[in-house]
Design a protein around this ligand. Sequence first.
Ligand SMILES: Nc1ncnc2c1ncn2[C@@H]1O[C@H](COP(=O)(O)OP(=O)(O)OP(=O)(O)O)[C@@H](O)[C@H]1O
Ligand SMILES: [Mg+2]
Length: 400
Amino acid sequence: MGASSWQGKAGLSPTERALLEVMDAGLRADTQAVREHCRRLMRRPPEDAHHAVTLRAELRALLTASQGHNPLRGVDVAQGADPVAPEAMNLPRDPETNQVLLRVAETAASHGPILDEATRRRVDALIAERPVREALVDAGLQPSRSVLLSGPPGVGKTLTASHIASQMKQTLLVVDLASLMSSYLGRTGRNLRSILDYAAQNECVLFIDEFDALAKRREDDSDVGELKRLVNVLLLELDRWPAGSFLIAATNHKELLDSAISRRFDVLIELPLPATEERKLLISSLPVIVSSAVSDDTCALMALATDGLSHSDIVRLCNGIARETIVRDGGLSSLEEGLVSLAVPKLRELAGEDAKVREQVAVAASVHLGLSNRRIANILGVSHPTISRAIAAFQEREQR
Ligand SMILES: Nc1ncnc2c1ncn2[C@@H]1O[C@H](COP(=O)(O)OP(=O)(O)OP(=O)(O)O)[C@@H](O)[C@H]1O
Ligand SMILES: [Mg+2]
């Protein structure tokens, strides 16, 4: 909206005019102009303001709190605001190639990851600290500023990073490893420093994926000099990382990391492969499963049959079956059949001739997923009493 289109509008109160001016500047991401309007209102509040003294004090507090130019302030991706163009954010670039070293990731659409209870509590605890940071500092406590997420591929490290940023209502800036890891020796360290400087100065959540590529143990023989430099840059920056920004690093290979670096993180969270209950929840909440009203029992069977797979594998597997179903039938009406016929042989194979495995599958199906003994017996191709015996043996062991 051009400023002139409303400036001349008759009938608007001074407060309404001031509001429009600030909105106009804000929507154009012109922080300088927003600041200027703030100062003007602080000097001379609108004539119709009912609480001019409080308004002045609040504006002064806002201006003080936003001291130091922060181009990201107000970019509330979690609230669905339009992403600010990288040019407006003045993101750091590789000086030689001019490639941007960070990208702004979309967090608005991300649903929370499915995590086991203990892990979810740890993630929630980090998020819950954010709004009470000042109270923590006042009490002499250091708020958590960084977390290292580790775990096998496809268990939701990236999803969790996005969830944390969205819940903290911060812009998620993702390090572009390809542009950062310059082929020229020495330049990577400089790039890394400018990324960390930028993220430290501009309140955000910074996400470094594949962190092991940067923070390998220093005794590693390859590229010793360069790696040492990177590790040293990281050590220094992690030590002086400010409370305003939050750093998330993720790795599939925690064992490769330099231990001095792992220790620098305030919190270490290991994301495990999903257990039966998480697998069931994941499957039953997939859009194709929800929209085709697949029964709870079938989701439970699939949960049992996908033991050992990651969240990402399971999503891919179920969506793959749905895709095949649509290609074959033109719709999803036989999706349930497709899922059952995939799960049953897998479960039979798991149970096999081995009574112990059979017992495990039967117990998981009964205790965790609530399937009837008859149904479990049918699926595993054994007699009903065999299943009852297996479950009774388990319960007896539990009581001891
Ligand atoms: N915990 C989870 N809850 C729900 N969905 C998940 C979870 N983990 C993974 N997924 C599904 O798998 C996809 C890939 O997950 P994501 O990229 O977060 O895994 P990752 O651990 O970062 O994997 P990688 O190690 O390969 O980077 C997600 O988009 C989502 O569909
Ligand atoms: Mg990832």
